[in-house]
Write a protein that binds this ligand. Structure first.
Ligand code: NAI
Length: 335
């Protein structure tokens, strides 16, 4: 039997993984609420695989400990792997991920955030519940004919581009490795900044694009630009985002991710004092919508995540071909 331990488990994770395992007895999973970090890595003792999510910490220290205790596999139950020191894992642990579980879930949520913001639906929802049927202050604008700039035209970016095309928007895209068949005009980041009414981030977080939305890029944007981030928080310098909102250079921001999210998101913190002043300030603004890394959360995505992760673990331990492996050096990839 393969022994796996899951960190940062939520009730919906456990439910979807138990459903995916069904009656099969080849994998046993121990579920822990706590995140994986150097303080909790001991919980992986005796396991063959760790199943982890976006805010688990897999730096060189944790990877070294996992290797020492004989863990063979890091099974990411997500697509992004910016929280894993892939170089440190090289020749020690194999890393498998779920490259796509529902690009539509994230793309549709991004459009939901945009529509909510532009048409003030969050405001209207609160008003009518208080029997306030006034429309003052709820004026939005048509998306039809507006220019949207999409940064990262991969699976999610392309799904979002197709939705934007359906709305009759002009779609610009920037991708480091542009591919064919994308229904958008590929341009430079500079052109995205100078011509877009709305900018949506859909690229992975790497060393190279950390804080790509900073003081300079914001200065190069159109006045009143709307920024959407459903990718990774650290693509945006939050302090500069706040400054841009305060100066009204930025018209609105919709954030499903936040650079300091790991100690906050996914849990009920309503009884606590929020110590992150930047986030507190952002949350106080009527033109900022923050959701806590929710874009992926659909039934379809949860089933696909569980099925693919279980499939990845089975393939690894049975010696089958691995489709979803990531490695610092491709020669370490097990074919
Ligand atoms: P993907 O790998 O299909 O597409 C990423 C695209 O970004 C690729 O076309 C790649 O060439 C491009 N790219 C890479 N580096 C770039 C750079 N420096 N500048 C511009 N483009 C660059 O990935 P997918 O599935 O579309 O996911 C995109 C990101 O969405 C993930 O990396 C993850 O951070 C985020 N995500 C967020 C979720 C949420 O719940 N909010 C859920 C799933 C993913």
């Amino acid at each position: 039997m393969i022994k796996a331990v899951m960190f940062d488990t939520k009730p919906y994770d456990r439910e979807s993984f138990e459903r995916a395992l069904g009656d099969s007895k080849d994998i046993s999973i121990k579920y822990y609420d706590t995140k994986l970090s150097i303080d909790t890595v001991g919980l992986a003792h005796g396991s063959d695989a760790v199943i982890v999510f976006v805010n688990d910490e897999l730096g060189a220290d944790v990877i070294g400990e996992l290797y020492e205790m004989g863990v063979k596999l890091i099974a990411l139950r997500c697509a992004g792997f910016n929280n894993v020191d892939v170089k440190a894992a090289y020749e020690k642990l194999h890393i498998l991920r779920v490259p796509a579980y529902s690009p539509f879930a994230v793309a549709e949520f991004t459009m939901a955030l945009l529509l909510t913001s532009v048409r003030r639906i969050h405001k209207a929802y609160n008003r009518t519940r208080e029997f306030n049927f006034s429309l003052s202050g709820l004026t939005g604008f048509d998306l039809h004919g507006r220019t949207v700039g999409v940064i990262g035209a991969g699976k999610i970016g392309r799904a979002f581009i197709n939705i934007c095309n359906g709305f009759g928007m002009r779609v610009l895209a920037y991708d480091k490795f542009p591919s064919d068949g994308v229904n958008a005009e590929f341009v430079t980041p500079e052109k995205i900044y100078s011509e877009s009414d709305i900018i949506s981030l859909h690229c992975p977080l790497t060393d190279e694009n950390y804080h790509m939305i900073d003081r300079d890029s914001i200065a190069a944007m159109k006045d009143g630009v709307i920024i959407l981030n459903t990718s990774r928080g650290s693509l945006i310098d939050s302090e500069e985002l706040l400054a841009g909102l305060l100066s009204k250079k930025i018209g609105a921001a919709c954030l499903d991710v936040y650079e300091e999210e790991s100690d906050l998101f996914f849990d009920d913190r309503s009884g606590h004092i929020l110590r992150d002043d930047i986030l507190a300030r952002l949350l106080s603004m009527p033109n900022v919508i923050v959701t806590s890394h929710q874009a992926f959360l659909t039934d379809e995505a949860l089933s696909n995540i569980a099925d693919t992760t279980i499939g990845n673990i089975r393939s690894f331990f049975s010696g089958a071909e691995l489709e979803n492996e990531i490695s610092y050096n491709s020669s370490f990839l097990r074919k």
